[in-house]
Write a protein that binds this ligand. Sequence first.
Ligand SMILES: Cc1cc2nc3c(=O)[nH]c(=O)nc-3n(C[C@H](O)[C@H](O)[C@H](O)COP(=O)(O)OP(=O)(O)OC[C@H]3O[C@@H](n4cnc5c(N)ncnc54)[C@H](O)[C@@H]3O)c2cc1C
Length: 395
Amino acid sequence: MRTLKTQVGIVGAGPAGLLLAHLLRLEGIDAVVLEAKSRQYVEERIRAGVLEQGTIDLLNEAGVGQRMMAQGLPHTGIELLFDRQRHRIDLSELTGGRQIMVYGQHEVVKDLIHARLAASAPLLFGVEDVRVADFGSSAPKLLARHEGEEFEWTCDFIAGCDGFHGVCRDALPDSARTVFERVYPFAWLGILVKAPPASDELIYASHENGFALFSMRSPEITRLYLQCSPDDDLANWPNERIWSELDSRLATDDGWQPNVGEIIQKGITPMRSFVCETMQSGRLFLAGDAAHIVPPTGAKGMNLAVSDIRYLSRALTSYYRTGDETGLLHYSTTCLKRIWRAEHFSWWMTSMLHRFFDHSPFEQRIQRAELNYFSTSRAGRTAIAENYVGLPWTD
Ligand SMILES: Cc1cc2nc3c(=O)[nH]c(=O)nc-3n(C[C@H](O)[C@H](O)[C@H](O)COP(=O)(O)OP(=O)(O)OC[C@H]3O[C@@H](n4cnc5c(N)ncnc54)[C@H](O)[C@@H]3O)c2cc1C
């Protein structure tokens, strides 16, 4: 067994773990990042694609925003489509100039990996059997196997950034863990299409057949989603059925249609709201999907991971600079305020835009009235806009 020391042991090289390692390095704090998958796997994993204003600003301030600013697609609005009519939500005008950036999560991950490896800072891929221990003490341990060899890191702190299926959340004692969860009666079928996006802005469509979303990843790649059954199988979705459903659900009276092209990737994502309270025990801290999940309708998943890391990196920096533990002691409480705001917005957008097949005709009319109000009233559009671009940091 090789024994090593570091200040912060980080489990997971998703956006949360990599960003934490990067922000700590800028402050001269040592960390090791342990990732179960290969570098190629995490760099090609297609997930979120909408960055809030606060995320854009943070990546720029941290010096990893150059490629995002050059290749990302800044957006100042989104559209809601129902009854064949498009309604624009002018994000910038309604929020005093704030905007979003469409830039794939995997591109953010590539930028952060590049920065870490360029600095020759420790980042191990293909790590097996990661365990956390002794986090109730002042010397928590991170144990793992890498390339056949057993390792043990003695750390000051451990950050569990290992996603929803990681090991860190389960390591919290039962007394520190209360779970709040909602599973939705539908999922999203997502496709990547080799075709230029036919609109410059995202279009969220509510239709009697189910929800659809028009989106994009780059000037050459369109990203489209269809509400499907939670136990659906990709075999049920041949290309002809996908295009036919997109034709119906995205149909408009003005004749707009997405561009058709080769489907280069298909996948089904379940929809869940999930929060684990608390997000810390002793010297183990959870961040990102390890602690919470939102349905993707509000585009909040990766942005929330970034928000947790902003708080955790500041708390750790303050501890190492001055010995002040206040930020660490209040980490979970501070994060959870923003998390529950995003949980509500994601649940609400999901509830307003999806088809619930068990809804009565009364409930369907109520849902349509809500959508109509929030699309056409300035107050309604402002509520959507300020949540969508992300509320400004208050601390
Ligand atoms: C299929 C899918 C599609 C999504 N689409 C969207 C979207 O369109 N919009 C949106 O806003 N959000 C979306 N999300 C959510 C968003 O991608 C996440 O919120 C974001 O990835 C959170 O980042 P993270 O770093 O916390 O977790 P992750 O990105 O999950 O990173 C965790 C990392 O930990 C690693 N890991 C896990 N277990 C271990 C272990 N035992 N040891 C070592 N490493 C481990 C994993 O391999 C992974 O690299 C999607 C999520 C999924 C799963």
